[in-house]
Design a protein around this ligand. Structure first.
Ligand code: ACO
Length: 311
């Protein structure tokens, strides 16, 4: 029976038929998805924090309204993704507790501080831009609920990226101080954004299996290259520079070549030793504790409703 199930599963993957929650799937496929989808959900909710830092200091009412909408979108993305993870049989509370206990990861990029208003434009443009490159590919992931969640998420990320680019365009055409602020933000975010795509393929323990299962459609290095190729002309159009002396167009490859990423820094951030790791997790732990009365109240209300119905 198990062999037949395995054969059916493999045939579906081969034929690009999506796997649905009630379908049989190998346990390793299920666990790998719970890991990736939950980490992805955690990234969305932790990703609200660096932007929330600027909500009360946005330069105009229009910018504040846009930023607020974007942060709310990220909360929504987290909720879709936790729901998608739950269809795999995990409990939302369990994976969230693992985040709070530092036992599950979230994207390294959110452990960097947002120091200036230009950082908010750069987060929308480069961070969400990198997220889209990765997530468009995930719209064709082999697990149905994950792939479908990604379709709506990508539409919203696309708005985030465009508003970020529009915001940095204003700074790029602004005063010398605004231009310098933008260049400083690009200088600080460029390398951490490249790290968002994960380790090089040769050092990525999950990639080969995730690609064979068609959860990932492109490798970490392929997506990183695509992002660099898309983004360098945008930086040039703004009249800004990229902090990489090795960056150059390779005519024969049809791609930009770029310098070596500081992987030591990447692994330090993953270990919890980035600039903001402590602050980010503490903010989420505090929010969880502060929300205790809401959860208790909601549970008591739900219990009361059940009692009323059964009476
Ligand atoms: N930040 C934190 N952890 C990372 C990162 C990163 N940038 N890149 C890789 N890792 C972790 C992996 O999660 C994995 O950890 P684990 O074994 O403890 O689970 C380990 O490093 C090894 O990496 P890979 O083998 O390459 O892992 P994987 O195949 O899962 O690829 C990737 C990593 C590309 C991030 C993949 O999980 C993915 O596409 N996830 C969905 C997209 C996503 O989560 N985006 C988050 C940012 S977007 C946003 O929130 C706006």
């Amino acid at each position: 029976m198990n062999e037949q199930n395995q054969a059916n599963f493999e045939a579906k993957i081969e034929a690009d038929i999506q796997i649905e929650p009630k379908d049989w799937m190998p346990d390793a496929y299920r666990q790998n998805l719970i890991r990736q989808v939950s980490q992805h959900a955690h990234s969305e909710v932790i990703g609200m924090l660096p932007e929330a830092n600027w909500l009360t200091r946005a330069p105009t009412l229009k910018r504040k309204a846009i930023l607020l909408a974007k942060i709310q979108d990220e909360a929504g993305h987290g909720l879709y993704l936790y729901s998608a993870a739950e269809t795999l049989g995990c409990s939302r509370q369990d994976v969230y507790q693992k985040l709070l206990d530092g036992k599950m990861k979230y994207s390294s990029i959110f452990n960097y501080p947002s120091l200036s208003w230009a950082d908010i434009g750069v987060i929308g443009w480069l961070v969400d831009g990198a997220a889209i490159v990765n997530q468009v590919a995930l719209c064709r992931a082999s697990y149905g609920p994950y792939a479908r969640a990604m379709v709506k998420i990508c539409k919203e990320e696309s708005f985030h990226q465009r508003q970020g680019y529009e915001a940095v365009t204003v700074l790029a055409k602004g005063t010398p101080e605004q231009k310098a602020m933008l260049q400083d933000a690009i200088n600080r975010f460029w390398w951490p954004v490249l790290m968002m795509f994960g380790p090089n393929d040769s050092d990525s323990p999950h990639s080969a299996q995730s690609m064979a299962w068609k959860i990932k459609r492109f490798s970490n290095d392929e997506l990183r290259q695509k992002f660099v190729d898309n983004t360098v002309p945008q930086v040039e159009a703004l009249g800004m520079t990229i902090p990489d002396v090795d960056l150059q167009w390779d005519q024969s490859l049809g791609h930009y070549r770029f310098g070596e990423i500081d992987w030591k820094e990447f692994y330090q951030v993953l270990k919890g030793e980035g600039i903001c790791n402590y602050e980010r997790l503490n903010a989420k732990r505090k929010a969880w504790e502060d929300g205790e009365w809401v959860r208790t109240g909601a549970m008591a209300h739900s219990q009361k409703q059940k009692t009323v119905k059964s009476a």
